[in-house]
Design a protein around this ligand. Structure first.
Ligand code: PMP
Length: 287
C-alpha cells in the first residue's frame, strides 16, 4: 500500500509524520472520508470543498489548490490500483513546538492521502436493519465547536460511540444542546413519516451522502424536509435510516427499544438504497 504524504509516496510502514505534528498533539487538522466505486470517485469535489471550508475556519492554509488536491487523490488511487476504495484525506496544521498555540507551528501543513477499504457493518444488517440507542453525550454546540467542522478532533463522537459500545450497540443517536436529535456518531439520520422524508438541519455535520439522498429523493418526487426532530418522532416514524460515506444507506429498525413500524427496512429506504447504489455507479470523478 502506497500512502501520499506531501507529494511523495511511502510504503505503509514508512508513512510517518512527526510526533510534534499538532494534528497528533491536539487533533488540530481536518479530514474527509471519501469513496470510489468502480473507478469513479463519488462527490470528490464536494468532499474537497468541505475540507477547504473546515480548514478555512480553522485558519489552516492548505498549500495546494482544490484541483491539485483532487489530482493527488486520483494519483494515489491509481498508484494502488484501486477501483473500489475508501479514501482518507487529511490535512494537519503540521509540526510545531509544544503548546497549543497555532503560532508555534512552522506553517507547513501536512497533506496525507490513504486509500484502503472499509466495511462498517456486516452485509446482513443492510437487509435486516440496525438497532441503535440514544447516548448521553450530546453533540457539540455551534457556539462551542460547530459540528460542521470535520476536524481531527473527533472525541465528541468517540465518547458517544464508547457509550453505544458499552451498551452493546454499534451506532447511537446524539442530541443537540436543546435535546433535539442531531445525528449519529458517524452518520446522519433520516425518517419517513406520511410520505415525507425528514432529516435534522441542526447540530449535525452536513453529510455529503445526506445531501445526495435529499437530491435523489427530490428527483424521484419524494417530498423532503430539513427540520427539528424529536426522539418521539423517530419512535413513531414509518421508516428510519442512516447515511454516511462509509455506511452508505443503512436501515434502522429499532431505536431505544422501540420498534420502528413493523421492524423491517421500509420500502422508501430500500428504494433510496437502490437509487443511491445506481448513482455511485454513474456519477463521480473518473480515473
Ligand atoms: N456525521 C458525522 C459526525 C460524520 O462523521 C459523518 C461521516 N463523515 C457523517 C455525518 C456523514 O457524512 P458523509 O455523508 O459526508 O460521509
Amino acid at each position: 500500500m502506497k500512502i501520499f504524504i506531501n507529494g511523495q509516496f511511502f510504503e505503509k510502514k514508512d508513512a510517518k509524520v512527526s510526533v510534534f505534528d499538532h494534528g497528533f498533539l491536539y487533533g488540530d487538522g481536518a479530514f474527509e472520508g471519501i469513496r470510489s466505486y468502480n473507478g469513479l470517485v463519488f462527490k470528490l469535489n464536494e468532499h474537497i470543498g468541505r475540507l477547504f471550508e473546515t480548514a478555512h475556519t480553522m485558519m489552516i492554509h492548505i498549500p495546494v489548490t482544490k484541483q491539485q488536491l483532487a489530482k493527488h487523490v486520483v494519483e494515489t488511487l491509481k498508484k494502488n490500483n484501486l477501483r473500489d476504495a475508501y479514501i482518507r484525506l487529511i490535512v494537519t496544521r503540521g509540526e510545531g513546538d509544544l503548546g497549543l498555540d497555532p503560532r508555534k507551528c512552522y506553517g507547513k501543513p501536512n497533506i496525507i492521502i490513504i486509500t484502503d477499504k472499509i466495511v462498517l457493518y456486516p452485509a446482513e444488517l443492510y437487509q435486516k436493519g440496525l438497532e441503535i440507542i440514544t447516548v448521553p453525550t450530546m453533540r457539540n454546540h455551534n457556539e462551542a465547536l460547530n459540528p460542521q467542522l470535520k476536524s481531527l478532533n473527533y472525541l465528541n463522537n468517540i465518547l458517544a460511540k464508547i457509550e453505544a459500545n458499552n451498551s452493546g450497540f454499534s451506532e447511537a443517536i446524539m442530541l443537540d444542546g436543546q435535546g433535539y436529535v442531531a445525528e449519529c456518531t458517524g452518520d446522519n439520520i433520516f425518517i419517513l413519516k406520511d410520505g415525507v422524508l425528514a432529516t435534522p438541519y441542526n447540530g449535525r455535520l452536513r453529510g455529503i451522502t445526506r445531501d445526495a439522498v435529499l437530491a435523489l429523493a427530490a428527483k424521484n418526487k419524494i417530498q423532503t424536509l430539513e427540520r427539528l426532530m424529536t426522539r418521539h418522532e423517530i419512535f413513531n416514524a414509518d421508516e428510519c435510516f442512516l447515511t454516511g460515506t462509509a455506511a452508505e444507506i443503512i436501515p434502522v429498525v429499532r431505536v431505544d427499544g422501540r420498534l420502528i413500524a413493523d421492524g423491517k427496512p421500509g420500502k422508501v429506504t430500500q428504494k433510496m438504497m437502490k437509487l443511491f447504489h445506481e448513482m455511485t455507479r454513474k456519477a463521480g470523478v473518473k480515473y
